[in-house]
Each structure stands twice: as structure tokens, then as C-alpha cells.
Write a protein of this length. Structure first.
Length: 87
């Protein structure tokens, strides 16, 4: 997740401002250096810049966007049920 997010930010270097890129890379560096690599994916979903970057990439191809939204919606539903069951 962290490597994919870093690649996404570097790929969108021309479309995002320098402040957004700097904040995104600092957020990813903070996640990697936290030491808790087992739960990095939970915190990486909270980085709004990765969601914005993925939206920019998928804006030109709406069908992939629907597929990704379905995948993430299913994952969100799974996590909600898991949280509600205290598992």
C-alpha cells in the first residue's frame, strides 16, 4: 500500500501541486517509519491525497472507476461487519 501510494504520487507529479506532493510523501514516510507495518494499510486509507490521486487516474476511464468503487465498497462493508462483530 505504501509503495503503491508512493508510485501514484510520483506518477501524478505534474498534475498535483508541490505542496500536495510533499504532504503525501511525508504522510507515507510517517507510516513506513511508525514501525507497525501490519496495520499500515488501515492508516494509508485515511490519506486523502491517495484517494484524490486515484480519482485523477480513474477519471479518464469511468468503467475502471466503477470497478474500483465496487471493490472498495465491498471491502468497507466487510470491515464494517467485522467491526460490528468485535472480531
Amino acid at each position: 500500500m505504501a509503495l503503491g501510494g508512493g508510485y501514484l504520487l510520483s506518477y501524478l507529479g505534474k498534475r498535483l501541486s508541490i505542496t500536495v506532493l510533499y504532504f503525501g510523501f511525508c504522510s507515507l514516510a510517517l507510516l513506513i517509519n511508525s514501525g507497525a507495518l501490519q496495520s499500515v494499510h488501515r492508516y494509508a486509507y485515511g490519506i486523502v491525497l491517495l484517494s484524490m490521486g486515484l480519482g485523477l487516474v480513474l477519471s479518464s476511464q469511468p468503467r475502471w472507476g466503477y470497478a474500483v468503487m465496487t471493490l472498495f465498497g465491498t471491502f468497507l462493508l466487510y470491515m464494517a461487519v467485522k467491526f460490528a462483530a468485535w472480531a
